[in-house]
Write a protein that binds this ligand. Structure first.
Ligand SMILES: Nc1ncnc2c1ncn2[C@@H]1O[C@H](COP(=O)(O)OP(=O)(O)OP(=O)(O)O)[C@@H](O)[C@H]1O
Length: 281
């Protein structure tokens, strides 16, 4: 089987000697073309480091990352990264921010074609009415949609999303979850979503993989999510598979936390397991 993205025995540390911090250890992951994979875990365990390794923004200390069979040696347009903090240029409009990517990738195309491309991607995230607005005039959800449009406009094969929705309120978050699912379905791209929200991962992805607690964090088991699509946020709570999967993944994370606490008695937090509310139908 050929995989679009592979991580083979990838480890990453920062610093040297007494400052050396072992962040990720022996990460093995194979992702098929068109798959939607969610990676979930506690804060500070190395999730951003992992997405940066996939994007080629960081090099592994050991092991290798391969994209379409080739070793990854740096960032490339076939892997679009969407960051948590939008990273938009404040002095450019929506059109200007998306245009940066379009002009970079499609510099050989005439101006009118580049303009049409910008408009196409802005429309894909439903931001046409705000196309001339600057980031400070946009809500958090709108800014994140600009980031999504900018990543899409490079027409990458893989979208790497680093907690793209975690700064948003619950309602905006759920609207954007559906928008990202629709974009994934209509474009056939491969998506890797980093999230701190097990429910979000199960709702959106084809499989969900918890990351263990560092130092030397690694990936836990991969859980297939066979819940039929389209999924319904309101009725998912009643789905047996969803409830079972949710309990298993949260159980895995809490067990990791418990193991960590045996070594460190100062931290008593665990993964929050909110009661599943009856679905509103
Ligand atoms: N460039 C760097 N130099 C030194 N340490 C780093 C560097 N980048 C990340 N780290 C450390 O690696 C660890 C993992 O960081 P990372 O941002 O990957 O975690 P995360 O799981 O994405 O966290 P969060 O959910 O809070 O965003 C942290 O302890 C962080 O301080």
């Amino acid at each position: 089987m050929d995989y679009i993205l592979e991580l083979n025995n990838v480890s990453r540390h920062f610093g040297e000697k007494e400052n050396r911090a072992e962040i990720l250890k022996d990460i093995n992951l194979q992702i098929k073309e068109g798959e939607f994979v969610a990676i979930v875990g506690f804060s500070g365990m190395g999730k951003s480091t992992l997405i940066n390794l996939m994007g080629g923004l960081l090099e592994p200390s050991e092991g290798e990352v391969r994209c379409k069979g080739e070793a990854v040696t740096g960032p490339a347009p076939d892997r679009g990264v969407i960051f948590q903090n939008y990273s938009l240029l404040p002095w450019l409009s929506v059109e200007g921010n998306v245009g940066l990517a379009v002009n970079q990738i499609h510099k050989d195309k005439p101006k009118h074609e580049r303009k049409a491309l910008i408009e196409k991607y802005v429309d894909m995230v439903s931001l046409t009415p705000a196309i001339h607005q600057k980031p400070k005039e946009l809500s958090g959800g709108m800014r994140q949609r600009v980031s999504v449009a900018r990543a899409l406009s490079m027409d990458p094969d893989i979208l790497l999303m680093d907690e793209p929705l975690s700064a948003l309120d619950a309602l905006t978050r759920s609207v954007l979850q559906d928008q990202i699912i629709n974009i994934w379905k209509s474009t056939g791209k491969t998506v890797v979503l980093i999230t701190n929200d097990v429910d979000e991962g199960i709702y959106m992805a084809d499989r969900i993989i918890p990351i263990t607690i560092g130092p030397n964090a690694t990936l836990g088991p991969s859980y297939d999510i066979n819940i039929p699509r389209p999924r319904n946020q309101k009725t998912l709570n009643h789905n047996e598979q969803y409830r079972k999967l949710r309990a298993e993944v949260i159980g895995f994370l809490n067990e990791e936390k418990r193991k960590e606490q045996l070594n460190d008695t100062t931290d008593s937090s665990s993964y929050p397991l909110p009661a599943i509310e009856p679905a509103v139908i």
